[in-house]
Design a protein around this ligand. Structure first.
Ligand code: ADP
Length: 354
């Protein structure tokens, strides 16, 4: 169920795109949103996908007020919605099957399962034979089929298409609408925003007409066969904030993944084993420090020893050199005169000469 409750949207420029919009869409409905250019259709669609936030009022999907949902949860919402754009938005460098698989890769679907899923949706849009083609090798209609296949990949309960036939010729537009109608018959809620009144008239579905930010018409077409469908996927229910009212109270929930991690049960008291380990830790650290210190000390000691040895060797060398330079020693007694000295006693000199 989708519910708009008195939704206003005023852009920063001051434009009032929506001026108090209230309506409900039941699960499994096919709804056209029509109106002139600039009437507020896209803004309305963007409020469903949370590309825009109302300035006032509430947008509720099932019991979740998505207009007040924390920003961190928006990707989870988008995974539950298949979104189709007028300009297809395919990646030019990826093949058809790669473009479709991309949506599954982001959320980590295992490769084997993903290949099967891609094959199924390609079959559903009748493009199995184009699986390895690049987008530029396809016609506009085929590209939009690829975009529809991509939107279908995660089996969303809701498909939102903003002017899906805006770039297509009438015949192709009809086949695209027929495809969306087929998808709707399987239980998926489909909301299509379009200005193509001829197509809308032929399809005989519910029509919500917007004019100048207000709903001026809400008619159930004769072809309307909405059935009550099951609620949103369990994953969405599990991951979303459960109550509309409580959403405003949620301010701390930034990252659902982190939140999950935070909730991992931790033992209240350390077990005996943990205790032992904890007690071991400081000792080990000290031990390591000691070992490191000893090693360092030893290194320093060795260095000092080496330095000392070098110094000694140097000094010894110096001494040697000094000794080499000095005349040979005649006598250790500095007061003893040299025999070359003219005052040296002659008798001793003669004696020595003998
Ligand atoms: P529609 O889809 O029916 O053509 P939109 O919802 O795109 O209408 O626009 C409704 C009004 O809001 C228009 O007057 C448009 O110029 C204005 N508008 C739309 N988007 C923006 C925006 N991002 N910033 C300012 N004004 C905007």
């Amino acid at each position: 169920m989708i519910r708009f409750e008195n939704v206003h949207k005023t852009y920063k420029t001051g434009t009032d795109a929506l001026r108090g919009v209230t309506f409900s869409i039941r699960d499994g409905e096919f709804v056209f949103v029509i109106g002139k250019s600039g009437s507020g259709k896209s803004t309305l669609m963007k409020c469903i996908t949370r590309e825009e936030k109302p300035t006032e009022g509430m947008v509720i999907i099932d019991k979740y007020c998505i207009s007040k949902m924390p920003r961190a949860l928006v990707p989870i919402l988008r995974r539950q919605i298949g979104i189709i754009y007028q300009d297809f938005r395919l990646i030019e460098t990826k093949t058809v099957k790669e473009n479709i698989a991309f949506a599954g890769e982001i959320i980590g679907v295992p490769r084997k399962k993903l290949n099967q899923m891609v094959d199924i949706v390609l079959g559903a849009v009748g493009l199995r034979d184009k699986a390895d083609s690049l987008p530029q090798e396809l016609s506009g209609g085929e590209q939009q089929r690829v975009a529809i296949a991509r939107a279908m990949l995660n089996s969303p309960k809701l498909i939102v298409a903003d002017e899906p036939t805006g770039n297509l010729d009438p015949e192709t537009s009809e086949s695209i609408m027929a495809l969306l109608s087929e998808i709707n018959r399987t239980g998926t809620t489909v909301i299509v925003c379009t200005h193509d009144s001829n197509l809308v008239d032929r399809m005989k579905k519910r029509v919500i007409e917007v004019d100048d930010g207000l709903i001026i018409r809400d008619e159930k077409g004769s072809g309307y066969t909405a059935e009550e469908k099951h609620s949103l996927p369990q994953s969405m229910i599990d991951e979303f904030v459960p109550e509309v009212v409580s959403l405003s109270e949620i301010t701390g929930a930034q990252d659902p993944v982190k939140e999950e991690k935070k909730e991992e049960p931790l033992p209240e008291f350390p077990s005996e084993e943990t205790k032992e380990k904890e007690e071991m830790k400081p000792a080990k650290v000290e031990e390591t420090i000691t070992v490191v210190a000893t090693k360092k000390e030893k290194k320093a000691e060795k260095k000092a020893e080496k330095k000392e040895a070098k110094k000694e060797a140097k000094e010894e060398k110096k001494e040697d050199k000094k000794e080499e330079k000095l005349p040979p020693k005649k006598n250790e007694d500095p007061d003893f005169p040299s025999d070359e000295d003219p005052d040296f006693p002659s008798e001793i000199k003669e004696d020595k000469d003998k």
